[in-house]
Design a protein around this ligand. Structure first.
Ligand code: R5P
Length: 284
């Protein structure tokens, strides 16, 4: 049986159809003080339960924990937490003394009531180890590359060296060139892209990253590309967070199209991850 949290309802519906597994509709409401109440209105004792909920923003994490606990308290046989987007994953280590390893903290509380986890493109693959229970990771980059196939892409660009591996996977599928930019993060919202001569004049470029958050990384990359004469710049990512005025920032930089998956529902969720999740769940 499948239970979809409020942030991942449409993925839950897609998965229920693909896997031919019944979808349970949660009963939920807010208490007067804003706290969440929920109930699984069906008998799930002894069943294998798949709970789908993106771990972003904070209230979605609380909802995920409550659903997992409700399933545990109802004596489900096996509980899989499907987390399309794992929030807090960018604080995956202590950058300064006194900081938490936020990704580890969130992973640990999810593990209390889940038996195993399935997630897509966590910011770093080693985050899967933080759960302490089996965690299956897969990448939606091939799905993004499939979407880009009819866009006449000449080059895939990684906005920084860390994103190069993902860009190479996409370039391989699109059979095109690949390159990367040198990015320096000054603070949470300020990005500096070191000018680097790229062979982009008159070309169609897809910038591929795992996350677009403030849009600073993608906007600076597009500005650099357009400055060097790129014809078209498509911003492609797995997880579209789009914090604050990210969309406006990216558009003002001259972006021709934005595409993301539906791990975080947003106006550019053109690529569905349910087929990938269905394959991951079948193999379990
Ligand atoms: C960084 O390591 C990530 O891969 C993304 O490049 C980053 O999270 C994007 O953030 P923003 O949109 O705020 O520049």
């Amino acid at each position: 049986m499948i239970i979809g949290g409020s942030r991942s309802k449409s993925i839950a519906e897609d998965l229920s159809k693909l896997l031919k597994m019944p979808l349970i509709d949660l009963v939920s409401k807010r208490f007067p003080d804003g706290e969440l109440y929920l109930r699984i209105p069906e008998e799930i004792k002894g069943h294998r339960i798949v709970v789908i909920q993106t771990a972003y923003p904070d209230e979605s994490i609380i909802e995920l924990l409550l659903i997992l606990n409700a399933a545990r308290e109802a004596n489900a046989d096996n509980i899989t937490a499907v987390i399309p987007y794992m929030g807090y994953a960018r604080q995956d280590r202590k950058f300064n003394e006194g900081e938490p390893i936020s990704a580890k903290a969130i992973a640990r509380i999810i593990s209390i009531d889940a038996d195993d986890v399935v997630t897509i493109d966590p910011h770093k693959e080693y985050i899967s180890d933080f759960f302490g229970i089996p965690c299956k990771v897969s990448s939606a980059i091939p799905l993004i590359a499939d979407y880009l196939k009819d866009k006449n892409i000449d080059m895939v660009l990684a906005p920084d060296k860390g994103a190069l591996k993902r860009a190479e996977v996409a370039a391989d599928i699109l059979k095109c060139e690949v390159d990367y930019l040198e990015k320096t993060r000054i603070d949470g919202i300020t990005i500096e892209v070191t000018p680097k001569k790229l062979d982009v004049n008159g070309k169609n470029i897809a910038i591929v990253d795992d996350i677009i958050s403030t849009g600073g990384t993608i906007a600076s990359s597009i500005e650099e590309l357009k400055r060097q004469g790129a014809e078209k710049a498509i911003a492609a990512c797995i997880h579209g967070v789009f914090a604050g005025n990210a969309i406006e920032k990216i558009r003002n930089a001259g972006c021709d199209e934005i595409v993301t998956t539906d791990t975080i529902p947003n106006p550019f969720s053109k690529v569905k991850v349910a087929p990938l999740l269905a394959e991951m769940l079948k193999g379990k």
